[in-house]
Design a protein around this ligand. Structure first.
Ligand code: FAD
Length: 482
């Protein structure tokens, strides 16, 4: 008698190690059909952006290779996941579908529909929480409601046991007859005309082995100074694990336990480790917010912000997107994003504050641009972070905290290493004027080969004026709320 296969549906868990869904699929010895479905229909406006598609291509190549090494094969299918899974169940005669849960509102709706479809066909659907430390619904306040403030959320998370990671299955049995697969090249996930991905290729190595190597490297070289260096875009001070975590190439539980184990007995590392765990918890908090407030990507968490009088221009939005605002740290960040698909967290906060509070352009425009450009574009973290900077989010930065881009640059890029890298036309300016070329005397500009308005832009807006305008605009919504 042939045993009916189990379908392992890979989603944002593109790994073999510590993958509870895969582990379950392999338990019991039934053959496993490993599948990835490219579904551009179900996410609606939140289908993957360009940089994420580049990452996905390479991550699938890596997963496919790792599955082959364990006697299996990755089946690729394209189309609405609901129909595609139904067809695959019928083709293979599978009696069970196993997957990791996703928490985007569209993905939750899809899971419910698929559950019903499969149940009516007598097929079991099993879902596991593999991409977070805890299911977002698991962490609750003492009165049983969702957290809106990070600090108590962190206290709850830090005192709850994180599950122990599980090893990758040694072998993954496949059925005698495997279903057909699409060819990855035919999905055209990589940009071709033009091929803008050179900077991504030079910066990243997607896939599970590279994710594990990044964690190792960070623990060896970065964690000791992480607490103080993580705000410095000029230093390699952070883990750069965010795209690996987003695509599930490494689990947060592995990061959590490995970091804690690494620190044991080394008191000098405790601060760095605790800060790193707190950042992982910010990721959890973002998912917690998205789970409990599913319209977070579209609507202001604080409703009074819905009437905010945005007035930025399309011309200024384009200048921000292209890294041509005349504010060196903002331009450096936006060019880093365009070239590498990544931006340092401190600089993300600076460019977001600049867009919202100096250009008075809605956080939604910024979030949409990030969505297309980031290799770590993540609906929960992106939406929560943009709303945090705007002041409209849960536990957000107060709206009246308006970053001064010049001062931020001087504080966090004091020798101008970051700005010189991404804004080379300013490279020869002395440190004193690097973050404020408009203050440099003519002879200094001339010696550095800078012609304001020609080789580098004059600021698109004046900080003091736009700061005052933003505060006045915020006062109007505050008055409405009272
Ligand atoms: P590390 O400092 O090494 O942190 C370790 C991990 O903790 C990260 O990989 C990430 O998974 C998590 N983390 C760190 N900071 C945050 C944070 N503030 N919020 C949530 N998780 C965090 N992060 C994304 O993963 N995807 C996004 O789309 C995204 N959009 C952002 C938009 C804005 C406007 C801002 C201000 C922040 C955004 N972040 C986003 C959060 C943060 O900038 C990145 O997670 C971080 O820069 C990734 O670099 P790293 O892996 O070296 O971080």
């Amino acid at each position: 008698m042939t045993i009916a296969p189990t379908i392992m549906w890979f989603r944002q868990d593109l790994r073999l190690a510590d993958n509870p869904a895969l582990n379950e699929a392999c338990a019991g010895g039934a053959p496993v059909v490993a599948v990835y479905i490219l579904d551009d229909a179900s996410p609606g406006q939140w289908k993957m952006g360009g940089a994420s598609r580049w990452w996905l291509h390479h991550s699938l190549v890596s997963l496919s290779r790792d599955l082959q090494a364990r006697g299996s094969r990755l089946i690729l299918r394209r189309g609405p996941a609901r129909d595609t899974l139904k067809n695959l169940v019928a083709e293979t005669g599978a009696q069970r579908v196993v997957m990791s849960r996703c928490y985007e509102p569209w993905a939750r709706k899809l899971e419910t529909e698929i559950y019903d479809d499969l149940a009516s066909a007598g097929v079991v659907l099993q879902r596991y929480a593999g991409s977070l430390l805890f299911d977002p619904d698991f962490v609750r306040t003492k009165t049983g409601v969702a957290y809106k403030v990070y600090s108590p959320f962190w206290r709850a998370v830090s005192t709850t046991e994180v599950r122990t990671p599980i090893a990758a299955p040694k072998m993954i049995p496949q059925p005698a007859k495997m279903p057909t697969s699409d060819r990855l090249q035919d999905w055209e996930l990589l940009p071709a005309r033009p091929d803008w991905a050179d900077g991504l290729r030079q910066t990243w190595m997607p896939g599970e082995p590279a994710a594990q190597a990044s964690l190792d490297k960070f623990l060896d070289a970065g964690i000791a100074g992480y607490d103080s260096n993580r705000n410095r875009p000029d230093l390699p001070g952070t883990s750069r694990l965010s795209p690996h975590l987003h695509f599930g190439e490494i689990s947060p539980a592995v990061c959590w336990h490995r970091a804690r184990k690494f620190a044991s007995g080394q008191r000098q590392l405790e601060k760095g480790i605790e800060t790193f765990l707190k950042e992982l918890a910010w990721r959890e908090f973002s998912y917690h917010l998205l789970f409990h407030w599913p319209d977070l990507p579209e609507a202001s968490f604080r409703p009074e912000f819905e009437t905010f009088p945005w007035r930025g221009s399309l011309r200024q939005l384009k200048a921000w997107q292209r890294g041509q605002t005349g504010y060196p740290i903002v331009d450096a960040g936006m060019r880093e994003l365009w070239t590498t698909g990544y931006m340092h967290n401190r600089v993300r906060m600076i460019v977001a504050s600049f867009l919202i509070k100096n250009l008075l352009i809605s956080w939604r425009e910024g979030a949409a641009w990030f969505w297309d450009c980031l290799v770590d574009a993540d609906l929960a973290s992106n939406s929560a972070s943009w709303q945090w900077v705007a002041g409209s989010g849960a536990d957000a930065a107060p709206y009246f905290r308006i970053f001064n881009a010049q001062k931020q640059g001087e504080t966090y890029d004091p020798e101008g290493v970051y700005v010189r890298r991404w804004v080379p036309e300013l490279a020869r300016l002395p440190d004193k004027y690097l973050h404020c070329p408009w203050n440099a005397p003519d002879d200094v500009l001339s010696t550095a080969g800078v012609k304001l308005g020609k080789t580098y832009l004059r600021p698109v807006v004046d900080h003091a004026e736009t700061r005052a305008a933003a505060l006045a605009a915020f006062a109007t919504i505050k008055a409405q709320a009272e």
